[in-house]
Design a protein around this ligand. Sequence first.
Ligand code: F3S
Length: 425
Amino acid sequence: MKLTDEEKAMRDGRDGRAVARAMDLLIRYGNALDAESLVETRNVCGTVTATTPFLRDFAMAKGGDDAVYSEFNLDSQEVVPVPRVKAFSSHLQLGFDPHHPELMGVDEQVVAFYRRSEAMAARMGVQLMNTCTPYQVGNVPTRGEHCAWMESSAVVYCNSVLGARTNTEGRESANAAMVTGRIPKWGLHLDQGRLGELGVELDMPVESVEEWGLLGYWMGEWVQNRVAVVSGVGQVPNLPKLKHMGAAASSSGGVELYHLVGVTPEANTAEQAFGGRKPVEVRRYGPAERAATHARINEMGRDTQVDYVMLGCPHYTIEQIWEAACLLEGRKVHENCALWIFTPHAIKSLADRNGYTDTIEKAGGLILTDSCSAMSRAVPKGTRVVAMDSVKQAHYLPAILGVQAWFGSTAQCIEAACTGRWRNA
Ligand code: F3S
């Protein structure tokens, strides 16, 4: 891989041992990918903090934060002092909500260790957004901006909706990018990697959050990690719909980028999205595909008595919290059911100020932050049946926790929370 003089200096230790280890990692990674060079990035999203008992024990045994940082963030056997970041970096979701450790099944010792680890991340200069949706709380890259992001639902939003450029990074490469401002230039950083290969023609209106999730799930199953171009979009989708669509597509497949003709920034026309080439294959999405997808997502649901309603995957926007609060106003969550809504802590502050948290709590629901049920592996005690308005969470939660899952609209989920029963629409 070709390195600039600046990159060689970082590799050779000019900026300290941690930066040298980070450059070593990026060079090995870039060579494995056949990347010709590194690209400069000023925008990284990754996980820095240590939240698990395993990492805590490792820190205790090996001498503290530097050892955990070196081993797990830089893949370095050599213990190096924790550096400060060069690129604007934001922290992704955590393994639990530190304000509700008891609900997350986490003890005080783990919370105390986490607080120490979070303080380290803050000293490094990492923004503690603690969400899978950094683009709704202050990290909004611009079109063409080179980024280094982890988290599949964030990556697909970054590429498709914002037109910024990132591959799906891992914990180590994202951390190396934070302290060097570099990432291998390959895949979706290159114009060629961003062109459409497959075509989707819509034969039905796709308008609600639920419908965009179903389309995303169907599309991801088919295209896997190839780039699809969707034509025939009617009503222009908003942030919650595109957030949901991308999360679904990256769950059933490995979708990192899609184009919506006339909507997303690299698809003013189908010709632009395909780069003048013909699609390899075109499929149509209509009522039959939609019905089969809906049935497939709901195949883990059997009992109609619902124990837990989980909303906020990906983390809810303020608009979605407002909608949930409106649906809950003057109602009560059923005594045999729990309602948890997940959002970034910055949005929770807004919900507090607007009175939505109060409305939701008066109804018996809870707003949680920083994590989600799948990440935390946490559901209310005794949960057997979960209802949710997220295809992604419905895809993962039964596999992770062995629960039954129902997927539907937000209104259906709130109805289930208040009646304790799932009713198909
Ligand atoms: Fe976010 Fe958890 Fe869903 S981290 S995308 S809410 S699985």
